[in-house]
Design a binder for this molecule. Structure first.
Ligand SMILES: O=C([O-])C(=O)C[C@H](O)[C@@H](O)C(=O)[O-]
Ligand SMILES: [Mg+2]
Length: 431
């Protein structure tokens, strides 16, 4: 025991549904609302630490028994979170080796499910510990090596609005090269981003090549990335890589799985990045030994938190592999967590991904700002952000609302069936 004040006396779990625009990916389209889980860890000393993670049913059913076990432990016992997680049984039906349908996030193992839950609690414990000690989270991780973290604009093909919605959303449609460039200009104007990632795998590769070319013309010399989420064959990947070699900073998950990625890597000088074939420590040896990836896009949610992200960074550095960050739909708590850990990683050579600009709603008292494409690293104790309980209540009420029950599970293919009743998740490779 370090001190009675650090003992966890209560854990609050609040699932929420967050508005999400109709962003297209190779599996379908984002639903109007997406689930997230907000975690609050309360200490005997009266400090509340906050964390955030995925909110679909398979995460909630692990988070609840995990939260019960946490009461009586200390927020400083971060290593203990992992042994505790092993005690929580994972329903075998939730686990298979296929790519996670909703999230395009690589394999779905029991361990990875557990880690995705632990990560939210680890962040909440770090926030509480930092607040109790008067230290920012980055100091608990060893200290920041930069004062701001650079993010990249995350461009999506999208419809003007969700089916049945009244009027267009503030972003409008982006379904061709001109639409993609217009969206990129909005990102550059509103947030100052200077690198751009396009979510691909939506249209035939030639159309996506044209979109990247249009971006290269509109933003000469800026880093560009294309990510079809494994939708292409090795041959198609090599063709796209050859056509865009002069403008791509990297190609992200062009083909599915480490062997296919290794074959692509062997045939191109364009670096390959992944958040699909290397998403667990177990997948690293094969991928690094075969040269399948040159950049790993970490996601602290599924790697098991901020300290595990630093372990991953050390491994990448050892093997000469770059590191940056993947992002899925997330709120400001996770953006703060990403920023705090990214601030501590020495060789962060690529702007990180963030969906945050697409999220018009948040559970914080003030939205986090991007200035010149960067988020400032705060020295405020903990994560440096504050929960807005009213906003949390509103988003939770939506989650409870029977009308939105179907949205509690993210399912991009189901959302697509609203306009194309025949739609099923496409077989891979799609092209
Ligand atoms: O590969 C990626 O970067 C992602 O998986 C990010 C998101 O899942 C994105 O594809 C999405 O939400 O449609
Ligand atoms: Mg990706």
């Amino acid at each position: 025991m370090y001190g009675q004040g650090l003992v966890i006396t209560d854990v609050r779990l609040t699932p929420v549904l967050v508005a999400d625009p109709p962003l297209l990916n190779t599996q379908g389209v984002h639903q109007p609302y997406t689930p997230r889980l907000i975690i609050e860890v309360v200490t005997a000393g009266g400090v509340v630490g906050i964390g955030e993670t995925y909110g679909d049913g398979k995460y909630l059913e692990l988070a609840r028994p995990f939260a019960e076990r946490l009461v009586g432990r200390e927020v400083a016992d971060l290593n203990g979170l992992f042994t505790l997680a092993d005690e929580v049984a994972v329903d075998g039906a939730r686990v298979d080796d296929s790519v996670d349908v909703g999230g395009l996030r690589g394999v779905q193992t029991a361990d990875k499910l557990r880690l995705s839950v632990v990560s939210g609690f680890e962040v909440a414990c770090l926030d509480a510990l930092g607040k109790a000690l008067g230290l920012p989270v980055h100091a608990l991780l060893g200290g920041k090596v930069r004062d701001a973290v650079e993010y990249s604009a995350y461009l999506f093909y999208k419809w003007a609005a969700h089916p049945g919605a009244e009027g267009d959303d503030p972003w409008g449609a982006a379904l061709d090269p001109a639409g993609v460039v217009a969206q990129a200009r909005l990102f550059a104007e509103r947030y100052g981003f200077s690198s751009f990632k396009l979510k691909g795998g939506v249209f035939p590769p030639d159309e996506e090549i044209a979109a990247i070319r249009a971006l290269a013309d509109a933003f000469p010399g800026r880093p560009l990335r294309l990510d079809p989420n494994g939708a292409w064959s090795v041959e198609t990947s090599l063709k796209v890589a050859a056509e865009l070699a002069d403008v791509l900073e990297y190609l992200e998950d062009p083909a599915l799985g480490t062997p296919a990625m290794a074959r692509v890597a062997a045939g191109t000088s364009v670096p390959l990045a992944t958040n699909m074939c290397v998403t667990t420590f177990e997948e690293i040896p094969e991928a690094f030994a075969t040269g399948a990836v040159q950049v790993v896009l970490s996601d602290h949610h599924y790697w098991g938190g901020l300290r595990r992200t630093r372990e991953l960074a050390a491994l990448c550095r050892t093997f000469g592999v770059g590191i940056s960050m993947h992002s899925n739909t997330h709120l400001g708590i996770s953006l703060a967590a990403m920023t705090q850990v990214a601030a501590t990683v020495p060789a962060l050579d690529f702007a990180c991904d963030s969906h945050y600009p697409w999220q018009s709603e948040d559970v914080l008292t003030s939205r986090t700002r991007f200035v010149d494409g960067r988020v400032a690293v705060t020295d405020t104790p903990g994560l440096g952000v504050e929960l807005d309980r009213d906003a949390l209540a509103v988003l939770h009420a939506r989650w409870r609302d029977e009308e939105h029950r179907a949205m509690r599970e993210r399912d991009d293919a189901a959302a697509m069936r609203a306009v194309d009743p025949e739609w099923v998740t496409p077989a891979v490779p799609r092209w």
